[in-house]
Design a protein around this ligand. Structure first.
Ligand SMILES: Nc1ncnc2c1ncn2[C@@H]1O[C@H](COP(=O)(O)OP(=O)(O)O)[C@@H](O)[C@H]1O
Ligand SMILES: [Mg+2]
Length: 744
């Protein structure tokens, strides 16, 4: 509920307080609000001309481990010579190489430090920033060879330094497109042979096409001498899929590779996805213990020389790449490559020290004057570097030692009450931005706390430690009551009011179109059938579904309470009674059939009998009895009559569950597709074998339970028999005759 209802205006106001110019140090924003205007100095990727530009943030798209991504409009541009593709008024993808989340930042920097013992290069090092972009541009050209088109790789236009966030950024092509359609496929086995199957013969052409495209990207990058970059497109990492988009802005609608910046270094002892095992082994074969973005430039040059028609004019880029790549690699201690060389190679040592100092500057540990001292190396540097190893305290000592502004800030805090107050307010405002964005505090409360920083800090170190939901609940227990009341009101309205149901349905469909799950035509078609009897019935049965949600919980708690009371009355301990209670409630959550789902099942069976219509409920009826999946009963029933609607409803339900999972649950990642298969394609295939399955289920029950009958007492015997009949035999007895009716 609180999600996405935050006020961007308020965040901007707080950011002004947080960045009060009277303070000696400022709180850097973690990310920008939509509408922010950024004046920057840019340098083109090719040609590498420099000039002034202005970006206006149109939309914050999110951030993984590598950085934060925005859609921006280029609102001003002043260049000595044009950079092809860069024009004012157009939209661009802008990635600033620093993650908005503190945890992601820490995790990214730590893995990188373990791999290279230095700061995250593409954030702080000019060479690394440029090398990545130049590679992207070269791979884009090579797309002509591998895919016959340049649109297969998004274009890269310019790099810039963002002095608000202390990170390099890049301006690249904005690609209009989508991840993938979750396709209805009645024979998913065909796509197992994704390398060879003709696209028109499989029900999953888009999936197969993407898989081949990504394979093509990996091959291409290996041929070009960039095996580590290829990790961004390795299918088996299970999180690479969102790095490719299906374009809707080109005529061919081809796929496009959009992400060349990895976030996490690959450490041999820390594989983070199934595919990483293979990559680590391959890396070791090449002699690479840690992997990130190391390339073989001579291999690249050979590749370029082989295709003069495509790479006719790229020599300036290659020349720059060689220089930048060298600068970048020499800015890191990188033990697995440099070994102990920095200790005796003076020139290298100097560059490594300068590289580390870039990191201190980006972290605001030192000011420019102190940085200059550090760059000279020697004891000061060594000592400063070593202090970093002290947990927590290390940072505090370094800041006080390395930054004059920080010392003045500290002095102000201790000697000037007015300064102290201002600093407190700024800090509270800074933290409150994150609280408000995350939905921890609503607008009113955020404003109140911003005015009273003392109260804020008290709350921060107490309730603020709780998860968001609990935090809000503690402040306002009424929320829980309001939530329950709103839920029941929703059910009531939904059950009673046809217009309410229709509106709910239309909202879902509209959102589906917005998310790209439905095309405009599909959306319009679904809207046009909303009055058809089956849809009306579907919506009514949704009402029954909603009503049954509380049933299971009420029944389970009641039975649990009765059992607990019984145990207590027989002289059992409190512990035993609560154990029984918890056990019973838990049991109801995991059984596939529950009181709630039974209600729903009998409702659908009732409908069948009432209407004397078997065929329309053939699939829905048995599924309705099963918990969780029952929700999908009607959509699955609709597949033949309303295929788009059915696919959409299942896709939406199934994927909304998977998106809760971090990283792997991302929209467009492989897991999403698996879940869709599991909830849509596989049940469809099973549906065709339903009779056999019901018989199999019955036989399975008999095979398990009948031998057990010999081993139990009479009481147990009765229980087991009931279970056998109810769970295993009944489904077949009830549904088999229905399913056996010949289809008219
Ligand atoms: N050029 C672009 N055009 C359209 N969407 C983009 C573009 N760049 C990024 N996106 C969107 O932002 C998401 C994250 O961008 P990406 O560059 O993959 O960053 P990361 O994986 O590091 O978070 C993408 O999956 C895509 O949805
Ligand atoms: Mg990505």
């Amino acid at each position: 509920m609180a999600k996405n209802t935050y006020s961007s205006e308020l965040c901007k106001e707080l950011a002004t307080t947080a960045g009060d110019p009277q303070l000696k140090i400022k709180h850097r924003p973690v990310r920008y609000e939509n509408g922010t205007v950024l004046p920057i100095e840019i340098t083109g990727v090719f040609p590498a001309v420099s000039g002034k530009a202005e970006l206006t943030v149109d939309k914050f798209l999110g951030g993984g481990f590598a950085g934060q991504v925005y859609r921006c409009k280029l609102t001003a541009l002043e260049l000595p010579a044009p950079i092809p593709g860069l024009e004012t008024g157009k939209l661009y993808a802008v990635k600033i190489v620093i993650p908005p989340s503190a945890f992601s930042r820490w995790f990214r920097n730590t893995t990188y430090w373990l791999a290279f013992q230095g700061p995250f290069s593409s954030q702080v090092n000019y060479g690394a920033c440029r090398a990545g972009l130049l590679w992207q541009k070269l791979v884009r050209r090579a797309g002509m060879i591998q895919f016959g088109r340049e649109t297969a790789v998004k274009d890269a236009y310019a790099s810039f330094w963002d002095s608000n966030l202390n990170a390099y950024g890049e301006i690249t092509e904005w690609v209009e497109g989508r991840m993938w359609n979750l396709e209805a496929d009645d024979d998913i086995t065909k796509r197992f042979d994704w390398k060879n199957v003709p696209l028109e013969e499989t029900g999953s052409p888009e999936y197969v096409d993407k898989r081949r495209f990504m394979r093509g990207m990996v091959e291409l990058m290996h041929d070009m001498g960039a095996p580590e970059f290829a990790r961004q497109y390795e299918w088996s990492t299970m999180k690479s899929q969102p790095n490719c988009m299906k374009r809707t802005d080109t005529e061919d609608g081809g796929l496009c590779a959009i992400d060349f910046r990895a976030g996490l270094a690959l450490l041999p002892w820390l594989p983070m996805s199934p595919g990483d095992f293979k990559l680590i082994l391959n890396g070791l074969k090449r002699g690479a213990l840690v992997q990130f973005d190391r390339c073989d430039l001579s291999k690249m040059e050979k590749f370029v020389a082989k295709h003069p028609d495509v790479f006719g004019d790229v020599q300036p880029m290659i020349d720059e790449l060689k220089i930048r790549d060298r600068e970048y690699r020499r800015s890191l201690p990188d033990i697995t490559h440099h070994g102990l060389r920095p200790t005796f190679d003076k020139a290298l040592k100097k560059e490594v020290v300068a590289g580390l100092v870039e990191g201190y500057l980006a972290d605001d540990l030192v000011d420019e004057a102190f940085a200059e001292k550090l760059r000279k190396g020697g004891l000061t540097f060594s000592f400063f570097h070593l202090i970093g190893a002290i947990p927590l305290l290390g940072k505090m000592i370094r800041q006080r030692w390395g930054s004059k502004a920080f010392r003045q800030h500290m002095f102000g805090l201790f000697t000037k009450p007015a300064y102290f107050k201002m600093a407190l307010k700024a800090r509270a405002a800074h933290d409150l931005i994150s609280w408000h964005r995350a939905g921890r505090t609503d607008e009113k409360r955020t404003r109140k706390l911003a005015e009273k920083p003392g109260v804020f800090f008290l709350e921060k170190f107490t309730l603020g430690r709780l998860p968001i939901g609990l935090h809000r609940l503690c402040l306002n227990p009424l929320i829980a009551w309001k939530g329950v009341a709103a839920f029941f009101k929703f059910i009531y309205d939904f059950a009673k009011d046809e217009a309410f149901r229709e509106k709910w349905f239309l909202d879902q469909v509209a959102e589906g179109e917005k998310d790209g799950m439905l095309t405009k035509e599909e959306h319009d078609h679904i809207v046009s059938i909303i009055k058809e009897p089956f849809i009306v019935k579907y919506l009514k049965s949704m009402a029954v579904h909603f009503c049954t949600i509380p049933v299971t919980q009420i029944v389970s708690v009641t039975i649990g309470a009765i059992a607990a009371a019984y145990i207590l009355s027989k002289g059992g301990t409190k512990g035993e009674a609560s154990l029984a209670f918890a056990g019973i409630v838990a049991l109801f959550q995991v059984t596939p059939i529950s009181p709630g789902s039974l209600c729903r099942g009998f409702y659908v069976v009732g409908l069948m009998i009432y209407e004397r219509n078997w065929r329309d409920y053939l699939v829905a009826a048995p599924l309705s009895f099963v918990k969780y999946i029952g929700y999908l009963a009607f959509p699955l029933q609709m597949t033949t009559t309303y295929p788009h609607l059915a696919r959409f409803l299942v896709a939406r339900r199934a994927t909304s569950l998977v998106h809760i999972i971090p990283v792997f649950g991302e929209h467009g990642a492989l897991l999403e597709h698996w879940v869709f298969d599991a909830f849509f394609n596989i049940p469809q295939i099973l549906g065709r074998h339903l009779k056999g399955l019901l018989t199999g289920w019955m036989l399975l029950g008999m095979a398990v339970i009948i031998p057990a009958l010999f081993a139990v007492t009479t009481k147990g015997w009765v229980g087991l028999m009931i279970a056998l009949v109810a769970v295993f035999i009944c489904p077949r007895m009830i549904f088999y005759p229905i399913l056996s009716r010949s289809k008219k």
